[in-house]
Each structure stands twice: as structure tokens, then as C-alpha cells.
Write a protein that binds this ligand. Structure first.
Ligand code: FEO
Length: 397
């Protein structure tokens, strides 16, 4: 890859992965990038490495700027293998004076690569390392995304290298936010937040408060995935502020699976009731939509409504998968509703209702179950449920 100078003497030297389609359960239909950065100063620092299969691209980019053997410090902002799996091979080429990481970073590196003799340099939040003209300051960001995560901030350039935070899984030829369509960019950023950072939302708020408190002036945010925020760092910070607070709007997401179209007909009637109340509605058939795409829409929705027929005394496997995934992502400030058809036992609605209780999502009554094929009256009841959810949204937002 061709390196890109993103600020004076600071280069993007990452790799573009056009083909990855799954990121631990999250669909990446448009691939991703593994961003890494090279700072040329009296001391040369390499911030982050890349996923092992991309080491050739990465080294080629570095060699266009500097002989890798001249690199003094390797900064490990995050140990997850998409950022560190080529580290052992890189070290044999570079032989750095220091591997700079957080205390949890050192622990994670030892647990991944079992190399106690590496030249670790553990840094704490607020600690600086001078490179000569430029200064690197570190900020621990535990659980954003792993316990080892940290940010690196180049003080003189007001450049925040933010590891996973503010990223997007999106392979592009462009490197900067102002070179791509904004709605597409924010849609990728929202999907990334909803599927990766949502469970740590309370920490996002604390981190943004800390960044304000210590007065970090930020001109550019360079995450380890996707586009670099050159023109709109304020906009992505504002979005994280909103998402971190899990603010919801007048929007409902209906998620369903169906066997013989009865539950689907119910879902459409619930949607009609919501639309009558002027609520924004998104309807997802689990056979046609991936849970990680549904999560993007759940991010700012107030109401989550689930429909499943009963199969073998349970809910449909797709619904169990969706609810299990959702529970792990710990959504807050939502209301819910459940419905479904059945033949002779009808457990699905009770099980979905229990799943909502476990997530502390209060369900609007009634929980509708209908046997076999809904009558016109059953569908009127479903529409009425939609209206009731609409009214409950108005009370809650
Ligand atoms: Fe991009 Fe948590 O790794």
C-alpha cells in the first residue's frame, strides 16, 4: 500500500481488507481497514500493527518512508489480533527499543504471545513520551474495546489515535472522512458502535468527560478502522455522546420470524398501528436480515418489538439468536412488546417476554398470541398493540 501523510511527518501505513465478511459475529459486507501510523521524529514510533495476513502490505508501506530497523518504539494501543497478530514477526524485523503499552496491554501481550523478554514499557494515563519535536501522551480507555485499550495523543499535532473508538468497518480507497458520502460514513460508524461499543456506553460518557476535563484539543481523530476524521472530528464525538447516553427517538424496530406467514401478518399489523401514530418503523424478517444490521437500527429506537411463532415448544432459533445477541449488547432506555402465533403449545411469546424482562425492557401489554392463522379481529388487536406502543413511546421520549 501507498503510505499517506496525514499530518506533517505522521503517516498512515495500514492495510485495507476488502474481503473480510465477518468480524466475530458482525457482518462486514464492505470489508474493513487495519489502520496503523508511523511518526518520524528524532525517535521513530510505529503506532499499532495489523492483522497478520496483511503484514506484507504494511511493511511495504513502512519501507516507503523509513527502514523498519530504524523504528525505536512500537506503541500497542490494543492487543486484539486484528491489531497485534503480526507483532511477533514485526519485532524480528524492527527490534524496537520499547514496546509501549498499558499495564493491561502488557498482561494481554504476555497472554497472547508468551514472550516475557520483549522490551515492554508500561505507561499510565496522562504519561508522556517525547519523540523529539513531538510528544505522545497516553490515555487508558479500558473496555473500549478490551481491558488493554488505550488512546495515543500527539500533542503538538492535536491528533488523537483512538484505536477501536470512532472506527468503522468499511474498506475504502479513501482515507479521510471528507472524501466519502457522509450518510454512508455515519451509518458504518453507527453499526460499529451498536455492535462493538454499545455495552460499554457508560464508559464512553466518562471518557468524553475525561477528554474535556484534561482539555485535549483535537484537530483530527485517527481510529484503527475505517476513515480518519479530518474535517468532522466534532461530529463523531457528538454522535458518540448521543449513542453513549443511549438516547432514543420516536422509532420502533419490529423483529420477527415466521413459519407460515401468520406471525408476519401480525408484524405488519403492529407496524400499521405504529405508523398511524406517526412513529418511524423498521420491520425486519430474521430470515432476510442479519442481527448486526438490525442492531444498527436498534441503536436509536425507543421500542423493540419481537414476534415469533412457537417451534418445538420454544421460539424460532433465529429469534433466540437475536435476543441472546441483544442481551449481550446491553441496550438501555427501551420499551418493548411481543407477539406470535402457535399451533398447540404457544411458549414462544412467554419466552420472548422473559428475555425482555431479563434485559429490563418493559413490555407494553397485551402480549398477543394467536392460534394458527390470525383472523381479521386478531389483526385489529395487533394494530391496536402498535398504537399502544406508539402512545407509550410518546410518554417515554
Ligand atoms: Fe479492532 Fe477490538 O479490535
Amino acid at each position: 500500500m501507498k503510505p499517506i501523510e496525514i499530518m506533517k511527518s505522521v503517516y498512515w501505513v495500514g492495510a485495507v481488507d476488502w474481503n473480510v465478511r465477518d468480524f466475530h459475529g458482525y457482518t462486514t459486507y464492505q470489508g474493513t481497514t487495519y489502520n496503523a501510523f508511523l511518526v518520524i521524529d528524532e525517535k521513530i514510533a510505529l503506532l499499532d500493527t495489523v492483522k497478520k495476513p496483511f503484514m506484507v502490505d504494511y511493511m511495504e508501506a513502512i519501507r516507503q518512508i523509513v527502514d523498519p530497523a530504524k523504528i525505536d518504539y512500537i506503541i500497542v494501543n490494543h492487543v486484539e489480533p486484528d491489531h497485534s497478530s503480526c507483532l511477533p514477526d514485526i519485532l524480528t524485523i524492527v527490534g524496537p527499543e520499547k514496546i509501549v503499552c498499558s499495564s493491561m496491554g502488557k498482561k494481554a501481550l504476555l497472554e497472547h504471545y508468551h514472550q516475557p523478554e520483549w522490551p515492554y514499557e508500561v505507561v499510565e494515563s496522562g504519561q508522556d513520551i517525547s519523540l523529539g519535536q513531538k510528544t505522545l501522551r497516553f490515555l487508558e480507555t479500558r473496555m473500549l474495546h478490551w481491558p488493554d485499550s488505550m488512546f495515543s495523543y500527539l500533542k503538538e499535532d492535536r491528533l488523537l489515535i483512538s484505536s477501536d473508538a470512532f472506527g468503522q468497518h468499511w474498506a475504502t480507497g479513501e482515507r479521510f472522512d471528507d472524501e466519502v458520502d457522509q450518510s454512508e460514513l455515519f451509518s458504518h460508524a453507527a453499526k460499529y458502535y451498536a455492535n462493538i461499543l454499545l455495552p460499554y456506553s457508560s464508559l464512553v460518557g466518562k471518557l468524553l468527560d475525561e477528554v474535556r476535563k484534561i482539555g485535549l484539543d483535537i484537530d483530527m481523530i485517527a481510529p484503527d478502522h475505517g476513515l480518519i476524521w479530518r474535517s468532522h472530528p466534532d461530529k463523531i464525538i457528538e454522535a458518540y455522546d448521543t449513542w453513549g447516553k443511549q438516547k432514543a427517538c420516536r422509532k420502533a424496530v419490529i423483529v420477527y420470524d415466521t413459519m407460515w406467514n401468520s406471525t408476519e401478518a401480525m408484524a405488519r399489523s403492529v407496524a400499521d398501528g405504529l405508523l398511524e401514530k406517526n412513529v418511524r418503523v423498521k420491520l425486519f424478517d430474521l430470515k432476510r436480515n442479519h442481527r448486526s444490521d438490525i442492531m444498527t437500527e436498534i441503536l436509536d429506537a425507543k421500542a423493540l418489538i419481537f414476534g415469533s411463532p412457537t417451534l418445538n415448544n420454544g421460539m424460532m432459533p433465529t429469534m433466540a439468536d437475536m435476543l441472546h445477541y441483544l442481551k449481550g449488547l446491553r441496550p438501555q432506555n427501551k420499551i418493548g412488546a411481543v407477539f406470535g402465533s402457535y399451533g398447540w403449545s404457544g411458549e414462544a411469546v412467554k419466552l420472548m417476554s422473559r428475555a425482555l424482562e431479563e434485559m429490563k425492557i418493559e413490555a407494553v401489554e397485551p402480549k398477543i398470541t394467536i392460534q394458527y392463522i390470525p383472523t381479521a379481529e386478531d389483526l385489529r388487536d395487533c394494530k391496536q398493540l402498535g398504537r399502544k406502543v406508539g402512545e407509550a413511546i410518546d410518554k417515554a421520549v
